[in-house]
Design a protein around this ligand. Sequence first.
Ligand SMILES: Nc1ncnc2c1ncn2[C@@H]1O[C@H](COP(=O)(O)OP(=O)(O)OP(=O)(O)O)[C@@H](O)[C@H]1O
Ligand SMILES: O=P(O)(O)OC[C@H]1O[C@](O)(CO)[C@@H](O)[C@@H]1O
Ligand SMILES: [Mg+2]
Length: 325
Amino acid sequence: MTKEINTIGVLTSGGDAPGMNAAIRSVVRAALAKGMKVVGINRGYNGLISGDIHEMTSKSVSDIIQRGGTILHTARCLEFMEPQGQQRGADMCKVFGIDGLVVIGGDGSFKGAEKLANLGINTIGLPGTIDLDIACTDYTIGFDTAVNTAMEAIDKIRDTSTSHERCSIVEVMGRDAGYIALWTGIANGAEAVLLPEKENMSTEALIRMIIENRNKGKRHNLIINAEGSNLDSVKLAKKIEEVTGISTRATILGHLQRGGSPTAVDRMHASMMGAFAVDLLAEGKSNRVVAYKDGQYVDYDINEALDMKKSMSDLRYEVSRVLSI
Ligand SMILES: Nc1ncnc2c1ncn2[C@@H]1O[C@H](COP(=O)(O)OP(=O)(O)OP(=O)(O)O)[C@@H](O)[C@H]1O
Ligand SMILES: O=P(O)(O)OC[C@H]1O[C@](O)(CO)[C@@H](O)[C@@H]1O
Ligand SMILES: [Mg+2]
């Protein structure tokens, strides 16, 4: 027999991602519409452990759909990595009568959610990370905004790089995943993209490419380096300049990629996924992860979802190489 859900908890965890607010709003309003009570948990698993938990109303989520960041704040909670911390979190859910918990976060947050699920707390994961590194889903909330932000910044770097006939190394975020790099590599027309998932060009091969490009008449080179690749952007820039004599600059885009007003794509997925999560709870489903797969919103068992392995599209990588000539 499935247990009726009376109180839903919602938290955001890991790095913030544009669209998290839209997801919180959706969870809160979809749950209220079904007559459920909603509590917001501040600062991710830190707030769960300490009981930083407050009731939310329709008004608590007004005027946030367009805002970056997360009104619930977020954290990387070391204590929750340990079984004792996870048990404290599960106990606190019981103290506050939370019978369905929605965790909005990335792969790490999902591992935490899996631990809670295995401790008997009905937990639903919503993919929210700029890294797009969750295996079970084609989309994670925040990715579209982050890629667009990075693309616009790289366009600006390109203007000055072209004017000075320079080589630019631009490092983008993504932790151990190269999706932001691959997408900006194609969208910004980079000469090369360095990814953690692929065997990259060596420094020597890159230098040779730059020299050959100069001989072909190219006046500037743009190399996108994923932060998780095997090459250090600053050292690479120095080496290229030393060997080629071409003025070279490294730019690390950093946290600007995590901020800003979410795009329509992120607001749409966040709103749909939030409502989908509440539907799952209302239907009596437990311990699921919401995903966007082949154009549909679907759900997976949380343990199965975490066992899946992510693979990067060879086609996109190939196209990025073909178009870089
Ligand atoms: N193996 C794990 N077991 C329990 N909890 C975990 C585990 N891994 C991560 N967590 C919890 O989830 C939090 C967020 O994880 P992490 O820092 O990896 O970010 P994320 O959710 O992957 O988001 P992003 O990668 O976008 O920053 C961690 O600080 C920790 O509290
Ligand atoms: O904000 P922090 O803790 O420095 O984390 C940076 C990391 O978080 C992300 O922005 C999101 O996971 C990664 O791309 C990056 O490696
Ligand atoms: Mg992560």
